[in-house]
Design a protein around this ligand. Sequence first.
Ligand code: 7MF
Ligand code: ZN
Length: 875
Amino acid sequence: MPDSAPQIIRREDYRSPDYRIEQVELDFDLEPRRTRVRARLTVQADHDQGDEPRPLVLDGEELELMAIAIDGRPLSPAEYVLEEQRLIIPRPPQRFLLETEVVIRPDTNTELSGLYVSNGVFCTQCEAEGFRRITWFQDRPDVMATYRTTIRADRATQPVLLSNGNLVEEGELEQGRHFAVWEDPFPKPSYLFGLVAGDLACNERSFTTRSGREVKLRIFVEHGKEGRTGYAMDSLVRAMRWDEERFGLEYDLDLFNIVAVSDFNMGAMENKSLNIFNDKYILADPETATDADFDGIESVVAHEYFHNWTGNRITCRDWFQLSLKEGLTVFRDQEFSADMRSRPVKRIQDVRRLRAAQFPEDAGPLAHPVRPDSYIEINNFYTATIYEKGAEVIRMLHAFLGEAGFQKGMGLYIARHDGQAVTCDDFVAAMADANDVDLSQFKRWYSQAGTPVLTVSGRYDTGRGAYELTVEQHTPPTPGQADKQPLQMPLSIGLLDRQGRDIPLVPGGGAGQESLTLPIRSERQTFVIEDVPEPAALSLNRGFSAPVNIRIDRDAEERAFLMAHDSDPFQRWEAGQEFATELMLATAGGQAPSLAAFIDAFGELLRDRRLEPAFVAEAATLPGEDYVAERMVVIDVEAVHHARQTLRREIALALRADLEVLYREMASDEAYSPDAEAAGRRALRNVALAYLSALAEEDARELDRLVTHYRTADNMTDRMAALRLLVNLPGPEQEKALRDFEDRYGSDMLVMDKWFMLQAISTLPDTLERVETLLGHPAFSLERPNKVRALIGAFTVGNPLRYHAADGSGYDFHAKRTLELDQVNPQVAARLLAPLGRWRRFDDARQEKMKAALQRILAAPRLSRDLYEVASKAL
Ligand code: 7MF
Ligand code: ZN
C-alpha cells in the first residue's frame, strides 16, 4: 500500500472551483539540477460575495517553495498552510495577484511528468496532472487562463526556447544566457501548458488556411534527424486540409510547432500550438521505419492536430469527461485515415484493435464506463475504453445522424461551447438539439460498462417471401454494475442471394437498397423484411456498425459463402476470421475438424485479383492467439498456439502454389514509397512469406527464401517481416540475422526498439532467458518508456505462449520488473500490469501463480498510487 490511504475521486463529488485563475505569468530560469519557476496568478473569487471567504487550495508536488506573496506583500507563515501536496490560503481577498517562487529538479524527474530532461532537451508533459509538478496551481481542467511564459536558459546548450502561442520577445542575458517570451491568447487549462528548450534542428513549411491565414509549421528534432521528418510534415498538412474540408475547422494561430523527444510516457501531447511527440511518431524513412510506423505517424500527427478544436478550444470540465475529447478525436483521426487510405482496411484494423485491447478490458476487473464514476489515479484511465470505445460511441451517433446531421451537431457544439470546459452530456445535447432527436437512451453507452452480446436468429418464410430476424441483447455484469439496461444501437445488415448478390432491402416499401440499418433498442426485437425472393445468407453488423459481440448459429458452408461473396468488405473479412476461429477452437479442443471448405475459400481470396492487396493481406491474416483464447471457457495457451500453427501449416501446404505466385507478383522493383497502394502490396507479399515460412523447418528452400528476403530487403518493412519469422526458427540463421541487424542499427534507438521487441516475442523456449539478458544490454534502460515497452511490454502482451509458461516464470519476471519500474516511472509501470489482471481466464494452477504475483506487488513497500490501483483492482 502507498504511504497514505489512497483517496477515491468520484464524479458525483464534482464542484466548480471557488476561485478562477484568469491570467498566468510564468518565468522559468532553466538549469537541469535547479530550475527556478516564478508564477504570477491573477485570482478571482467565484463564489457568493456574501459567503465566508473560502480557502484557496493549490496543488503541488515536489516543489521547493522559496517565496509567496499576495498583491506584492510577502505572506507570513501564519497566512498559509503548506502540506505535502497542497498549499492552502485560508482567507484570501476577492481578487488578487498571487506570486510564488519554487525550485524544481528536471534532471531527476524519471516519472516524465511535469518538466524533465530527455537527451539534454528540457520538455514538459502536463496531462493530466503534471502542471502541479511545475508550480502551485489549481491543476484541474475547468480552470482556464491565458498564459505569458518567459524562458531563460543557456544559449549554447538551449538555443531553441518554445512555449504555447506567439513569440513576443527574445533577447540576450548575461553569462551566455538568453530568453524568450511567449504569449498564448487562448484561455486554456493547465494540462495544455507546454515548454521546450534545447539544441534542436527544424523542418519548416508554410500552410495557408482556407480563409487565407499563413501558418508557419515547424517540426523540431535532434540534429541530424531533420531528414526523417518529411512524412510527419506531409501528414500535418494533409490533416490541416482535411479538417477544413470535412469539419470546416481551421487553425487559429500563425504558428504550429511540433517537437519530437526520445523519452515520453505515451504517444504524443496536444499542448496548444506546441505539440510534443514521442519521436517514434515523427521520425521515419524507408531504411528505419516500417509501413506500420508511417501509418502510425499519419494518425498520431492528425490526432494531436485535431485536438486543437476537440480538446483545446473546447476542453473537459473534469477528468471523468476525458472521452469527450479523446473518443471524439480518435473518431476524427480514424475518419481522416479512412479518407486518406482504404476505408474498409482501416475499419478492419480499428476493429482488430478494439477487440484486442478494449473488449478484454470491458470483460475484466478494470472494466469501466466510457464516462467513469470514480478513480484513484487518473493516469490509469487513459484506457482503450475511453479512447476506442469512446470513438465507437461517436461513430454510432454518426450512423444515426448521417454525415450532414453529425456535422450540424458539431457546428452547434462548437458554437455553444467554444472557450469552455464541458461534459459528455453537453456534447450529446448539442447533437440531439441540432437534429431534433431524443438521445436519452443512447446516453447509456456513456454510463454502462461491458460489451453487449447480441444473439441473432434469422428465418426465411418461403410462403410469405419474407425474412424474419430476431435480435436479443444482453450486457454481462461488470465490477460495480450487476444489472444492465438495454442499449440503443444501429445494426447494419444485408441479405445475399444464391449468386452472392445483394438482395435490395425495402424498408416500408421505399426504394431498394443494399444494406438496412436496424434500430436496436430493446432486450428482444423482431424485424420482418418483406419482398425477399430467395435469401441464401445473412450479412450481419456490416462495417461493424455496433461495437458488440454477435452470437449466431452458422454452418461452415454459410461462412465460406460469406467469405467468398459478402459485398461488405468488413463482413467478408469477418466471415473468414470467424471461420478460422471456429476451426482453431475445435483443434485446440482436441478435435480434428475438416479444413477443406475453409482452405477452398481462402484460396479463392488469394486468387481474386479484383480485391485490393491490403484487404487480402488482412483477410489472409489469421486471428491472433489472444483473440482465439478469449473464446475458450478456460484459456489453454499451448493448445491455441498449436492450433494456429497447425492451421498456418495446412494453408501453406494446400495453397503453396498460390502463395508463391503472390510472393512473386507482389514484389516491386520501384523505389520504396509509403503510400497505401505500395504498402498493401508489401503487406500481402509478407503475408505470403509468413505462410511459406511455416514450411521452413521441413524444407530448406523456404528457409533460404526467408534469409534472402532479409538480406535483400531495401526497406525496414520487408527486413522486419523476415526477421519476425526468423526469430521463431531455431538455428544459426536467426542468430546471424539478429547480429546483422544490431550491427546495422545499433546506434539508432528507434530501430533498436524493434530489435528488442522481436526477440521478446520469439516463440522459442529460451525467450525469457534472452529477455533477462537483454535487460543488461547497453541500449536498454528502465528510464526510457520506449525501451520498457519494446522489451518487457512486448514479452508480457505479445508473447502469450512464453509469458504464460506453466512454471510461472513469466509472471515472476513480470512482477519483479514492474516493481523495479514503479520506483522509476509509476505511470508506465501501472500500464504494463494489465496482463496479470486476466488471471480469471486461466486454469487453477496459473490462476494461483498470477494472483501470487499480484499479491507480491501489493505487499511491496513504497508502492505508487498508480500501481496500487491497478494491482488491487486486478485481484
Ligand atoms: C492517437 O490523447 C490516439 C491516442 C494523452 C496521451 C495522446 O493526445 C493524447 C493525449 C495516451 C494514450 C493514447 C494517446 C494519447 C495519450 C493517443 C495518441 C494518438 N491527450 Br495516455
Ligand atoms: Zn488524444
